[in-house]
Ligand binder design. Structure first.
Ligand SMILES: NC(=O)c1ccc[n+]([C@@H]2O[C@H](COP(=O)([O-])OP(=O)(O)OC[C@H]3O[C@@H](n4cnc5c(N)ncnc54)[C@H](OP(=O)(O)O)[C@@H]3O)[C@@H](O)[C@H]2O)c1
Length: 271
């Protein structure tokens, strides 16, 4: 069993971490890892009950302060609600984990669902990285983790707009990694593959998996790999199988072949 991040991590990225999208899955795994490292937490998601339960669990287990803030990151007022709830707190780490996704043909999916993905997955990280990156840069230390996905690396039918937002996260994080490192702020894009979260299980039909896809990862492993990579590189692809798959798709296949391969697999599963 691997140890949680140590005192140097808490010194660099503490005292408080803000996790956007923390009520379950990978976000909750980040919360457990960071609380074990001694960071206080602000946890954001739409549903109050799972946030409150997680907060109670972490306060009892690690003697950290945990504030919970139920709010919808698709709403323009969310940023003010979050910055208001964080007033007076030194947020040393922002993890933007929340995502809206819908699987289906682009034209058969209501426009609102596509726009919701743009608002939650793309506008949200810009707003929060801007709001909290400034104070981090002024202090000369801090970290920002943006959750991306293997869908960031090529167009993927049936999740075209979701994949495009994940490419946005990747490119935003890489640009900020370069720009903010001289101001002491580490930025990371975390590209996960299939991960066994409640959200993944709700969206995935109970049929055979992708023919060539690596096995789904445990959310805890995704969070740990991201926190280990923060400060060392701009991008981490989590899981050995995902690293091999993404190497083949990005470095060996042409882009056209990569899109066609994803298309074949997605059609088998969702068409
Ligand atoms: N799971 C996978 O297979 C996989 C693969 C690649 C990348 N990823 C990425 O990893 C991240 C986490 O995925 P996941 O599967 O753990 O979870 P998810 O089902 O996408 O939800 C993540 C968290 O975000 C919250 N959330 C969603 N929409 C929100 C909104 N509008 N406002 C506030 N909070 C919101 C959810 O809680 P509430 O419902 O309570 O709001 C939940 O706590 C996402 O960025 C996703 O793109 C996941």
């Amino acid at each position: 069993m691997r140890n949680p991040p140590g005192a140097a991590f808490a010194h660099r990225y503490g005292p408080v971490a803000l996790i956007a999208g923390a009520s379950e899955g990978i976000g909750a795994a980040f919360a457990r890892e960071l609380a074990a490292a001694g960071l206080h937490l602000v946890l954001v998601a739409r549903r109050d009950a799972p946030l409150a339960a997680l907060g109670k669990e972490l306060r009892a287990a690690h003697e950290v302060d945990v504030r919970t803030l139920p709010c919808d990151l698709a709403e323009p007022a969310a940023t003010d609600a979050i910055t208001g709830a964080c007033r007076g707190l030194e947020i040393g780490l922002l993890v933007y984990n929340a995502a809206a996704s819908s699987v289906g043909r682009f034209l058969d999916t209501p426009l609102d669902a596509h726009l919701r993905a743009v608002h939650v997955n793309a506008r949200g990280p810009v707003l929060l990285a801007h709001a909290f990156g400034g104070p981090m840069a002024a202090r000369g230390r801090g970290g920002i983790v943006l959750m991306s996905s293997l869908t960031a690396f090529q167009g993927t039918p049936f999740v075209a707009s979701y994949g495009a937002t994940k490419a946005f996260n990747l490119v935003l994080a890489e640009g900020l990694w370069s720009e903010l490192k001289e101001r002491g702020v580490d930025v990371l894009a975390c590209c996960a593959g299939a991960t066994l979260t409640p959200g993944y299980e709700r969206a995935t039909p109970p049929r055979a998996g992708f023919r060539f896809a690596p096995s789904p990862q445990d959310p805890v492993d995704v969070a740990r790999e991201a926190l280990d990579a923060l400060g060392h590189r701009p991008l981490v692809v989590t899981g050995r199988g995902n690293r091999i798959a993404s190497f083949v798709m990005r470095r060996i296949f042409t882009r056209r072949l990569a899109v066609a391969t994803m298309g074949r697999e997605m059609r088998k599963r969702y068409d």
